[in-house]
Design a protein. Structure first.
Length: 317
């Protein structure tokens, strides 16, 4: 009888994949208000670090006036090294280039130009950490093109490599928002752009413990979610439960085993070296002084060598 082996994922096995990585992946979490994006970050951090620490604030509350959910996360928030603190990463011998998790404000279930522009700016690495998303939305809504004018340069280390769409199993699927994400993450090519960006999508249906998975309506909701994202159930999706106690199941590690792989195909926007350099200088203006100092020193050395050689040529033989 043939012996069957069952693969059991672990944090250590996931980390080992990134030992030879040459850059850090950035994974953006997208969803509507209250879908569970921030709680998902806490669950991922706990599963990979073994520590029950809350990095991301959670809990979208209902407004007493209009009954709408109020945002808990209002800024673009980066959690470096999957939210594991630096001391813990050293203790676990975590590789340098493990992914960053990027949390953001819950978005509306609409397919609008302003929302797609905001997503595109984030994907291209133009929006800095801790920037207010509602402020950016209001800026673009009031004055079309203001995002491009205020954030003109791409910062390469901030570009997004994967998108994790988080939706609640207890609520209707936000199909319009999903379509906006697909429009930006996986646009069609054109004669002027035959190599468009391709950012892979993954999906989670949270609050799985609050629904009956034998209910036909819930199964249809799950099917609609997969079809809207255009993803495969076995490679890019999982039902998900965020525990307030910080506990997690093996299902979490099985999904992270799918999500966290540096070998997943990604196509980013083609950006010239000069544009990258300008973006880096824009991000770190203090480095301009260093560059100018080195350039002046180099010019002085060249001038000195040239002058010394010129003086030697006039010496009598």
């Amino acid at each position: 009888m043939k012996k069957e082996y069952t693969y059991l994922p672990s944090a250590r096995k996931i980390f080992q994949r990134y030992e030879r990585a040459s850059h850090t992946e950035n994974i953006l979490l997208v969803g509507t208000v209250g879908a569970g994006k921030s709680a998902t970050i806490n669950t991922i951090t706990a599963a990979l670090s073994g520590e029950k620490k809350y990095r991301a604030p959670i809990g979208a509350l209902l407004s007493p006036t209009d009954g709408q959910r109020k945002r808990t996360t209002t800024h673009l928030m980066w959690y470096k090294g999957c939210g594991i603190d630096e001391v813990r990463r050293k203790e676990m011998h975590v590789p340098k280039y493990i992914p960053n998790l990027v949390d953001m404000t819950g978005l509306e279930n609409v397919e609008s130009r302003e929302q797609e522009k905001l997503l595109e700016m984030i994907l291209m690495g133009k929006i800095p950490d801790e920037t207010s998303i509602p402020a950016l939305q209001d800026m673009e809504r009031r004055n079309t093109g203001s995002l491009n004018r205020n954030f003109p340069f791409t910062y390469n280390p901030r570009r997004i490599h994967k998108i994790l769409f988080v939706a609640s199993a207890t609520e209707p699927i936000p199909t319009k928002l999903i379509q906006s994400v697909r429009n930006v993450a996986q646009p069609d090519g054109s004669p002027s752009n035959y190599n468009p960006r391709y950012i892979p999508l993954f999906g989670l249906l949270t609050k799985e413990d609050l629904v009956d998975w034998e209910d036909t309506d819930i199964l249809n909701r799950e099917r609609e979610f997969l079809q809207s994202l255009g993803i495969d159930e076995t490679t890019s999706y999982s039902r998900w439960h965020n525990s307030s106690s910080g506990d997690f199941s093996c299902k979490v590690l099985y999904f992270l085993d799918k999500l966290m792989s540096p070998e997943v195909r990604v196509v980013l926007d083609q950006i010239g070296i000069l544009h990258r350099c300008v973006g880096a200088l824009w991000e770190h203006p203090s480095s301009i002084f260093t560059i100018m100092l080195v350039s002046c020193f180099g010019c002085a050395c060249i001038f000195y060598v040239y002058s010394f050689g010129l003086n030697l040529s006039f010496l009598p033989l």
